[in-house]
Design a protein around this ligand. Structure first.
Ligand SMILES: C[S@@+](CC[C@H](N)C(=O)[O-])C[C@H]1O[C@@H](n2cnc3c(N)ncnc32)[C@H](O)[C@@H]1O
Length: 207
């Protein structure tokens, strides 16, 4: 059996090269936008960053909604290559994100694959790259109901990092962001591990 104790870049490189949907996630854009309550912000003139490309479906769906300027961030190049014809620009690291640029940043089914240090770094750069009236919409796994604890790479690589709402809000406030609103929670049961877990979401603005 394959060891999961591997660097996230190596882990995701293998998943993207294999191209199997499984871990890649294949969310319809509308599922992510509805959950995060940002459907009204998906407008042709909005400059939007999609974090975590997966199969490319949610990025393609932005184009299908008429969004003209789409950017994407993913940890590995094969993911960005998948949406090359859809995006204006792709980024492999949040440090490269331009300042004061995005009307909307969407992160859906991605934060749960980052440990606290990485997530805080990402949130800091997302906030920096928002326009003054831009919105960051971020989903994460809530600890409520979680039976998996910790942040080791084995847990990280399977997207099972759970965190409290307070810890996420603390990260946001420490990097110059503030809470716009909490979005509704959704309880899901994973078929693969029967883990009953709570997906939560937050909308963030620059302070
Ligand atoms: C489960 S998929 C979700 C994709 C898509 N958002 C969806 O809902 O279908 C997670 C994606 O996040 C990317 N990813 C994982 N860790 C990341 C990181 N630290 N920085 C950027 N992207 C990351 C993976 O390569 C993968 O494309």
């Amino acid at each position: 059996m394959e060891s999961r104790e591997v660097d996230p870049v190596d882990w995701w490189m293998a998943r993207h090269i294999s191209g199997k949907i499984g871990y890649l996630g294949n969310s319809a854009g509308v599922s992510a936008w509805t959950f995060l309550e940002v459907r009204d912000l998906i407008k042709p003139e909005a400059v939007i960053l999609n974090v975590g490309v997966g199969t490319g479906r949610c990025t393609q769906d932005l184009k299908d909604q008429g969004v003209v300027e789409i950017h994407a961030l993913d940890i590995v190049k094969p993911a960005l290559d998948r949406v090359r014809g859809v995006i204006k620009k792709g980024y492999l690291t949040p440090d490269d994100l331009p300042a004061d640029t995005f009307d909307l940043i969407v992160s859906y089914l991605v934060a749960q694959y980052m440990d606290d240090a990485i997530l805080q770094l990402h949130i800091g750069h997302y906030v920096r790259s928002l326009k003054s009236d831009g919105v960051l919409a971020l989903q994460f796994r809530d600890v409520d109901g979680a039976i998996v604890e910790g942040q080791g790479s084995e847990i990280q690589n399977i997207g099972m990092i759970h965190r409290t709402r307070e810890s996420v809000l603390g990260m946001v406030e420490s990097v110059g962001g503030s809470l716009l609103k909490w979005v509704a929670s959704r309880r899901v049961v994973s078929k693969s591990d029967a883990l009953d877990t709570l997906l939560h979401g937050i909308q963030i603005v620059r302070t």
